[in-house]
Design a protein around this ligand. Structure first.
Ligand SMILES: NC(=O)C1=CN([C@@H]2O[C@H](COP(=O)(O)OP(=O)(O)OC[C@H]3O[C@@H](n4cnc5c(N)ncnc54)[C@H](OP(=O)(O)O)[C@@H]3O)[C@@H](O)[C@H]2O)C=CC1
Ligand SMILES: O=C(O)CCCC(=O)O
Length: 482
């Protein structure tokens, strides 16, 4: 197969854009240089993709689960064969360290293999009927044409987590990737094409005008479902827009994850877990710990151990050997981190590590630890989405739970303890869709990923992830009396 670097949009099985569309630049966040110019689609291209998806749906929904499973499996295998190339492409537009990019390729591919397996388990039901002369049967059917709107922080995995179950269920899908990271999406489409995904089953509509393209998807009565990952503000906007055509919704929105360190925790495990949770992807994930709550009795020891570990993290472009912290994605992301640190400092936060833009300039910010954080600081309410660990102090378990739940979001939560009874108690009381105990990274294709409160609706991955793309149809067979 040829190169994975594609610059045209992928609509109805054709690469569209050469000559007849405007283009927008894709930047390497480590250097600020333009690395590609990609087709800038508008409403017309979105509508063409919907029309192609509707045509493809008629035949794709009629394929057997085994046929769909085989296509997804081949797609997974091709991703893993091209893992290194995909990882380098991902790092060049997103900035994460190469080791993490390799990990993301494998993570993204795992959703294709998982749903290749789940495709064959979309069982219906036969229900004991309410009448002797009838049978009651419950069928599972694909939802129809789906729209996916995805973010820049996991440019491959956030797409396969939607495309995998959509295709497994028999749906077709139109994807609008983030403006900052369209190249990974197009590379994925190229591999899908090679794996035998039929024309129109998956389209990728690249654009720098999200409101136009997504607006067309939201208005269309043909599009029966939206799956979105991104900020809570945009999620709410799309939720409102979906009301007009009453679309099914899966929303994976922002978090403000608490990470609680109890005094009985194993200190090394807690520090390692915090590093993994907080600094993965340079702090740019919706499940990154955002508020670190530490019991008074262990606070100073933990703070010093964490600060020491953080000072050792190597800040460098993702392609540099040993890089642990890459650049932030863009100017807006960088400005938010600067604002949170300045606000915390002004309100009495003590900087134990980092605290400023990195000396190499550009979008690099020093990994930072701030002690004496308080609920009045901006970083207590808003997700920082950057490499800033803010340490709050608590005295009792009840206080820790109250602080942890004092947020409108409820995606993930973490805590560290060696007390078994406390582990169950706290896990039950945390208002979150996902809880990690003595562990900072909980993402896997086998478990249901999603949040409560304003963190969203629905679940991705796991068996639940397939349900999101299936409708339930009840059929009554009457008149069976002899
Ligand atoms: N839950 C999560 O995983 C994520 C949370 N976030 C949070 O959101 C903050 C901002 O990040 P950002 O990238 O701007 O997140 P957004 O929610 O703005 O972006 C997510 C997706 O929605 C699209 N989008 C943005 N605005 C609109 C709109 N008006 N109508 C339709 N689609 C739209 C984006 O397109 P485009 O890229 O072209 O703008 C992108 O594809 C981060 O700092 C972080 O706090 C961000 C990313 C992921
Ligand atoms: O940040 C996100 O948008 C998704 C989290 C990535 C993951 O852990 O699956």
């Amino acid at each position: 197969m040829d190169t994975l670097w594609q610059h045209e949009a992928f609509i109805g099985g054709a690469w569209r854009g050469a000559g007849d569309l405007r283009r927008f630049p894709v930047l390497d966040p480590a250097t600020g240089e333009t690395i590609a110019e990609v087709a800038d689609c508008g409403e017309a291209e979105a509508e063409a993709a919907i029309a192609e998806a509707a045509i493809a749906y008629e035949s794709w929904r009629g394929t057997t689960a085994l046929e769909r499973s085989r296509v997804l499996r081949r797609w997974h295998d091709l991703m893993m064969e091209r893992q290194e190339e995909l990882a380098r492409l991902l790092t060049s537009e997103q900035g994460k360290p190469l080791a993490e990019a390799r990990g993301e390729v494998a993570y993204a591919a795992s959703f294709l293999s998982w749903f290749a397996e789940e495709a064959r388990r979309a069982y219906g039901q036969v229900v004991p009927a309410h009448r002797a002369d009838a049978e009651v049967v419950v069928l599972k059917e694909p939802v129809g044409v789906v729209a996916a709107v995805t973010p820049w922080n996991f440019p491959l995995a956030m797409i396969t987590r939607k495309v995998g179950p959509a295709l497994a269920a028999g749906c077709t899908i139109v994807v609008k990737p983030a403006e900052d990271t369209p190249l990974s999406a197009l590379a994925l489409a190229r591999l899908g094409e090679a794996a035998g995904v039929p024309a129109g089953v998956v389209s990728i509509v690249t654009t720098r005008d999200a409101p136009s393209v997504v607006g067309a998807l939201m208005r269309s009565p043909t599009v029966r479902k939206l799956s979105f990952t991104g900020s809570t503000a945009t999620g709410k906007l799309l939720m409102r827009q979906s009301a007009e055509t009453v679309k099914r919704l899966s929303l994976e929105l922002g978090g403000n994850a608490p990470l609680i360190v109890f005094a009985d925790a194993d200190l090394d495990v807690a520090v390692r877990g915090t590093l993994a949770s907080k600094f993965r992807n340079t702090g740019q994930t919706c499940v990154c710990a955002n508020r670190i709550l530490v019991e008074d009795a262990i606070y100073d020891r933990y703070a010093e151990a964490l600060a020491e570990a953080v000072r050792r993290l190597k800040v460098a472009p993702g392609t540099v050997e040993g890089a642990a912290q890459g650049p932030l994605i863009n100017r807006a992301g960088f400005a938010k981190v600067e604002r949170h640190v300045a606000d915390a400092r002004a309100k009495g936060g003590r900087i134990l590590a980092g605290g400023q833009p990195d000396a190499q300039g550009g979008l690099f910010f020093q990994p930072t630890v701030i002690a004496d954080a308080t609920p009045e600081m901006a970083l207590a309410d808003e997700e920082t989405f950057g490499p800033v660990a803010a340490l709050f102090r608590f005295q009792t378990e009840d206080e820790a739970i109250r602080l942890a739940n004092a947020t409108e979001t409820g995606l993930s939560a973490y805590f560290f303890t060696r007390d078994l009874a406390r582990a169950w108690r706290v896990a039950r009381r945390l208002e979150a869709g996902m809880v990690g105990i003595n562990e900072g990274v909980i993402s896997t294709e086998v478990a249901p990923f999603g949040g409560v409160k304003q963190s969203g609706l629905g679940r991705e991955g796991a068996a639940q992830g397939l349900e999101e793309y299936l409708e339930t149809k009840y059929v009554l067979f009457g008149g069976l009396a002899a």
